[in-house]
Every structure is written in structure tokens, then in C-alpha cells.
Write a protein that binds this ligand. Sequence first.
Ligand code: NAD
Length: 418
Amino acid sequence: MEIYDHPSFNMACRQFDLVADYLQMDESERDRVKYPKRSLTVALPIHCDNGSTRVFTGYRVQHHLTLGPTKGGLRYHPDVTLGEVAALAMWMSWKCALTGLPYGGAKGGISCDPTKMTRTELERLTRRYTQEMMPFIGPQVDVMAPDLGTNEQVMAWIMDTYSVHAGCTVPGIVTGKPVGLGGSLGRREATGRGVGYLVNRASDTIGLDLTKASAVVQGYGNVGSIAALSLARYGVKVIAVSDVQGGIHNSNGLNLWELEKYTATRMTVVGFPESEPITNDQLLVLPCDILVPAALERQITETNAGKIQCRILAEAANGPTTPEADEIIKQRPDIFVLPDVLCNAGGVVVSYFEWVQDLQSFFWGETEVVDKLFRILETAYTQIVTLARKQKLPMRMAALSLGIKRVQEAKRIRGLFP
Ligand code: NAD
């Protein structure tokens, strides 16, 4: 499918092909399970605050609709393309299937730089995007959530725009909303909290004492900052973190509570007292026990995969490791990989809880949310580790094959119309 041509889409296809070979998937089934079902590209004209008009491009890709509505984040970033969004939608499908959620994967995005736009411009852009998406989304069709560059406020604008058109409040149209609008307690923290939980499980598996362990986190946004705090609560010393502007390092450990206050006003980690500056490239190869890429795709490549120095690679971002890097990491049994489709699944699991709560208008306490989240992650982790050990598979192959097989079986049972 040339319209999706992009390095991340090609990477997702390559990962799929490897799994399809392992599963000995029939040629006649492969394309049906692999390619996105449908996509929409829209032009988004908005009034800017300086009186000019700008046109942005927005996308939404729905990968498959076999198991229920599609579910996936909305990304605001200058590099967003249809192909990148399609890759992210595919990964969402395997993630939902492997955690047993009744969803297909989706993803959306707008090619824009939210850091260079005013709040009112972002609101107009979000509302216009929602308007253009109206025939393509719905609480039983496709449900959005925050991703890179978007947050609770963006979800609130989407919900409001959709509800105004529907003539009634429709909280189930998005997840990751503010709690006061029908959001779930524990959703904002869910992805990072899940990363912490799974690193703790992985440390049991490989016999690593977390109270003596160190961690490095690339990307200090929603996922990275909560993952760092969650690791610190397990006793881990976080020695380096970064964002798009650069990184900071302190081998004695960073004071994350002070860092939280610092980033709240400065909007960057750069310049944090009691730390040395470090580049994102240097950060990824620092010696540490736990490396958490929590920013963008394709950060661990054939160039740096041989140089990373960690015991656990916890993929909080989507698609941070290329297939070429995977080949190198496969030769390094010292590294235990928590693959993205498992490692960051906490976000979509609690999004699912939010959607269920919205549909029932019956809300749960945070303890209930966290308890149910950990149960789902525990089941997925155990199934993947068991399969990996039994079949001598890398963790990514085990995770993806569980997810892909479930989608394949559902398609087979439903049959092909007409
Ligand atoms: P975010 O926008 O809150 O934070 C992203 C962080 O990455 C920011 O600190 C940003 O400065 C940094 N960053 C951007 N480009 C960078 C670069 N080139 N080098 C280093 N840092 C860079 O986004 P988020 O919601 O935390 O998402 C981060 C990753 O986690 C993405 O891959 C996203 O798809 C994935 N993810 C997010 C969720 C969720 O619930 N938000 C769920 C699953 C997966």
C-alpha cells in the first residue's frame, strides 16, 4: 500500500511479516490481517491569532474493525504523516488484542508544532479536526485518546465539539479526558505506571534488585515523567532524563520531585540544577540497569543498538526500536526487552476502563482502576514470558504473535463478506 509509505509503516509491516512467517499464516490471509482498513486525510484551515489563515493536514487511520470500535491516540507533531499514523494504528491493534480489549487499533494526527501555537489556535485546530472527522468517529466506531503533543484539554475540546453536534453530552467519544468531564481516575498516570509495574516484573524474572538499580529515560512528557516517578517508587535511582531540547545527567540520581516543580515552570528539563547536560544520543548509551525510551519511534537503530548498556529495555514509546536494531539486540542475551505493545499498554487498558465507565455512567475509585490495570498487565506479561520461554522466541516476537494471532482468528471466525 504505497499511500502509507514511511519508515515506521515499513517497520510495522516488516515486524508483521516476521510474525506471519512464524505463525505460518496462509498467504491468502496475510494482507487482510496486515493492512489498515480505512483512512481519512483532511485539510484544516484555521484563523491564526495574527489575523492570517493557515491550512494544516490531519489524518486518521483505522486498522481493523473486527473486534469492536477502533481505539487510538491523536498526535500533534511536525513530522506526522499518513504512513506514520498507519504504523501506530497497526501497533495499537496488536496491543489491544494481546491485552484482550474489544478494540481494533487506530491512530490520528495533525502535522503541526503545538509548542509554537497559542492555546486559542490549538483549540480552533482541534475543533476543526473533530468537525472534519465527524462521519468517521463515534463511541461505537472510533475513540481517540491523548498521544505525543496532545493532552486532557485537547480531549475535552474534541468531546465538546462532538457533543454540540450530537445535541447531547457524549463522553465516550474520547478517553484521557479531565476527570470532571467523565475521565477515569488513574488514566493520566496509567501508561507510566504500567511501565513501572512491568519493569518490576521483569526485574523479578532476571533477578535484578530494583533498590540497587539505575534508570535512564528519554522523553520527559506524560509517559516518561510518570514512568520515572513510578520507577523511583520501586526504589530505582533515575540518573538521566531528556526532552526534545536536550538531556540532564546526575550519576547520584536526580531529585524527581524537584524536577517536577522545575519543568512545570520552565517547560523543559534542560538547565535543572545539580545535573550535567547530556545529548539525547549520549543518553541512550549511558550505562544503566533500565533504559526507557519514551519519546519517538526509531530511536534505537543499527547504529546505537550495539552500544546500549542496560539490563532491561522498557519500550514506553511506540516503535522505538527498529527491526535492524532488534537483530543486534537478539544477539545480546544480557538485555531483557519489554516490547512497546506490552510495555506501554497501561494507557489503552485504562482508556478502555474510562470508555466502559462512560457508557455505564458509573465511575470507579482509583484503587479499583489500578488493581484491574495490574491484573490485565500481569496476565499479558505471564502469557508472553511463557510463550517466549517455551518457543525460545524474543519477547517482541512472542508479544506480537499473541496479538496478531487473536486478530487472525477473529477474522477467520467472522468470515469474509460477501
Ligand atoms: P508527550 O508529548 O507528553 O511527551 C513527549 C516527550 O518526548 C516530551 O518530553 C518531548 O519533549 C520529548 N521528545 C520529543 N521529541 C524528542 C526527541 N527527538 N528526543 C528526545 N525527546 C523528545 O507524549 P507522551 O504522551 O508522553 O508520549 C510519548 C510516547 O509514548 C509516544 O511514543 C507515544 O506514542 C507513546 N505512548 C503514549 C501513551 C499515552 O498514554 N500518552 C500511551 C502509549 C504510548
